[in-house]
Design a protein. Structure first.
Length: 64
């Protein structure tokens, strides 16, 4: 018998300012990985993380 999928999944968080800002410190996009419980948090995750390309704390949103 196979186990069912767990409630926790791994999601990727991407900086929202890197894609829109062309005059940044270095080229690239800041990405983080995190886990979330798909039963409790059905909406996309948004966390304030440090972006090494913008050199400040910015909002990182979950991408598919």
């Amino acid at each position: 018998m196979a186990k069912s999928k767990g409630a926790r999944i791994i999601v990727t968080l991407e900086c929202t300012e890197c894609s829109s800002n062309t005059s940044k410190r270095s080229p690239g996009v800041s990405r983080y990985t995190s886990t979330k419980n798909r039963r409790n948090t059905t909406a996309r995750l948004e966390l304030k993380k440090f972006c090494t390309h913008c050199n400040k704390y910015t909002i990182h949103k979950e991408i598919k």
